[in-house]
Design a binder for this molecule. Structure first.
Ligand SMILES: Cc1ncc(COP(=O)(O)O)c(C=O)c1O
Length: 412
């Protein structure tokens, strides 16, 4: 079995080795029930396969595994039962043919681009992507002779005008981190189809529970599993799912370059998927209530949340997302200094460089992650002086709101 799950391999898993056939189940049930074959111990929960490599009884069998004539596990950089299980669940949730799990979200982003593009190719990318993705696109792609054009998320004409004969891929994030801009996936799918481009979507903020880019024509979906998928701030992980032929290229790239997910982290993430749906429902509920409370707060000049009617792309949000997600952002009056004071006065919310946790998190990019940039540079990437990003956790929503309101009061 491979962590790169092709349809044939999935069939093999479900028909031959899974303890019960999972075909016909709803994707949500598959996220709970897909499991490695039960061992003679008859365990209920999946065991942890902490092994670097796998053994063979016969030389012919090993030869066959290396010749891709069978689906036997060879080495955990290539595949492992725990990563297989996690990938299969992700494929079920995203409606994907195949997938491969990586050590981090950035490994998924990097591999999905570098495995498929070559010198002389051109990438079209949304300008407000996550910081490290921005760095890959602007710093590392040019180093390897791959051209890239950054386009404002919602300037539809600019996207089409930027397409060149050598354009191979469209890369986007929706909602974007941290500005929460939304891109119309139906439109992006049609654009990619019209120009025969690979559409690669970072679905980290929405998760497959709220939005499934493949339904709109995306060929690849990448995730930082570190965020909502783990959901408890424990492990790093990433995953790429999508078109089987493209995923095969990515699998071969990763199998040789080595950014594979560890079995332990895969085991954690697979268990996390069993509760993702219920967790996301509460995260979204809490985020919406916090956003609504902040809209009335005198210390805040604006609030952005996909499911607030005031969001500039509210129409897109309700069209393609089941709920607004767990992240909201707002602009605190008083700029950088007020933002710094706000963080210092929080009692319960955590000040940490993560998101998508059971624990609510506040961050102020201008005084932390983006503090080395000039104000003009920050503004160019959408980081306003008082921008605060909140990742709504699973605490009682009244406690989240109370903590934010008292910190805002003291940030004047
Ligand atoms: C939208 C998005 N994509 C990718 C990543 C990178 O994920 P990781 O930290 O797991 O490498 C992040 C991290 O915050 C993110 O927010």
């Amino acid at each position: 079995m491979g962590s790169f799950c092709l349809p044939s391999i999935i069939t093999y898993l479900s028909n031959a080795t899974m303890s019960k056939n999972k075909d016909g189940l709803h994707a949500l049930s598959k996220a709970v029930r897909i499991q490695t074959p039960r061992t003679w111990q008859m365990e209920h929960s999946t065991p942890l396969y902490l092994t670097s490599s796998f053994t063979f009884e016969q030389a012919e069998e090993m030869k066959g595994a290396f010749a891709d004539e069978n689906d036997e596990n060879i080495y955990s950089r290539f595949s492992n039962p725990n990563t297989d299980e996690f990938v299969e669940k992700m494929c079920a949730l995203e409606g994907a043919e195949a997938g491969f799990a990586t050590a981090t979200g950035m490994a998924a982003v990097f591999s999905s681009i570098f495995a498929l593009l070559k010198q002389g190719d051109h990438l079209l990318c949304c300008s407000s992507v996550f910081g490290s993705t921005f760095t890959i696109v602007t710093k590392y792609l040019p180093k390897y002779g791959i051209e890239a054009t950054l386009v404002a998320a919602n300037d539809k004409d600019a996207w089409e005008q930027a397409i060149r004969p050598n354009t191979k891929m469209i890369y986007l994030e929706t909602p974007t981190n941290p500005q929460l801009e939304l891109i119309d996936l139906e439109w992006a799918g049609q654009l990619a189809k019209k120009h025969q481009l690979i559409l690669n979507v970072d679905n980290c903020f929405a998760t497959p529970l709220l939005q499934q880019p493949i339904n709109y024509g995306a060929h690849l979906v990448v995730h930082s599993a570190t965020k909502w998928i783990d959901g408890q701030g424990r492990v790093l992980g990433g995953v790429i799912v999508g078109d089987a032929a493209l995923v095969k290229e990515i699998y071969l790239f990763c199998r040789n370059t080595g950014p594979s997910l560890s079995a332990f982290n895969a085991w954690v993430l697979s268990k996390s998927l069993e509760t993702l749906d219920v967790r996301m429902q509460r995260h979204c509920e809490n985020a919406l209530k916090v956003a609504q409370a902040l809209e009335k707060n005198e210390h805040v000049s604006w609030v952005k949340y996909p499911f607030l009617q005031s969001h500039p792309q509210y129409g897109i949000a309700i069209k393609q997302m089941k709920s607004g997600g767990g992240i909201l952002c707002f602009e605190i009056k008083g700029g950088v200094e007020a933002g710094r004071k706000f963080l210092n006065n929080l009692n319960m919310l955590s000040m940490t460089a993560n998101l998508g946790d059971t624990r609510s998190i506040a961050s102020h990019p201008a005084s932390t992650t983006h503090s080395k940039l000039s104000e003009a540079e920050r503004l160019a990437v959408g980081i306003t002086p008082g921008l605060i990003r909140i990742s709504a956790g699973l605490e009682h929503v009244d406690d989240i709101i109370r903590d934010i309101e008292q910190a805002l009061e003291k940030s004047k």
